[in-house]
Write a protein that binds this ligand. Structure first.
Ligand SMILES: [Zn+2]
Length: 187
């Protein structure tokens, strides 16, 4: 049997899950592999998508809703009903390009803060889909960037940790009520 998620891309007044923000420990804990792709996981994926669409996001990782499991959802076309979202279970980056691009990122867990991050422009990622089927995906550009950003969440890494220009980042974070002490710089 194959399952496809029926999720309407609408903004709900009361999204099913709450998004955790920078400073919450759950975002810093490494997530565990999903061992069994069951109804619980399918429901989590569905509710993560509903929560992501409601917050105007294009990606969301399970730790952002307080669940330390290796599951991410991505949708670069949140306004197009016919375009199916991606659900990646136990995603693993297998290849990255030498070519790097610097581009602006944001995060639903650091709302209204945008800063430049360097990422490989092309990646190959393996994962399981909601039916447990092993999949491989080559992605480039924004899709690659988004998938890498979400996978970082599974390892407790936030995009603000990867920002080189701390002089630019600090006032942006502080003005939105966040603290630089919650940034774990990796640069
Ligand atoms: Zn994020």
């Amino acid at each position: 049997m194959t399952t496809t998620l029926q999720v309407s891309k609408e903004k709900l007044k009361k999204p099913p899950l709450q998004i955790q923000t920078l400073g919450n420990r759950v975002l810093r804990q490494p997530s565990k592999n999903v061992s069994s792709i069951n109804e619980e996981i399918r429901l989590l994926a569905q509710q993560m998508l509903q929560t992501m669409y409601s917050a105007d996001g294009i990606g969301l990782a399970a730790p952002q809703v307080g669940v330390n499991k290796r599951l991410i959802v991505v949708d670069l076309e949140p306004d197009k009903a016919e375009y199916p979202p991606l659900v990646l279970i136990n995603p693993a980056v297998k290849k990255v390009s030498n070519e790097i691009s610097l581009d602006q990122e944001g995060c639903l867990s650091v709302p209204n803060v945008y800063a430049d991050v360097r990422r490989p422009t092309k990646i190959t990622v393996t994962y399981r889909d909601l039916n447990g089927k092993p999949m491989s995906l080559e992605a480039s550009g924004l899709l690659a960037r988004c998938i890498l950003h979400e996978i970082d969440h599974l390892d407790g890494v936030m995009f603000v940790d990867l920002v080189e220009n701390q002089l630019d980042l600090t006032p942006k974070l502080v003005s939105k009520g966040f603290s630089m002490k919650d940034v774990q710089s990796r640069i």
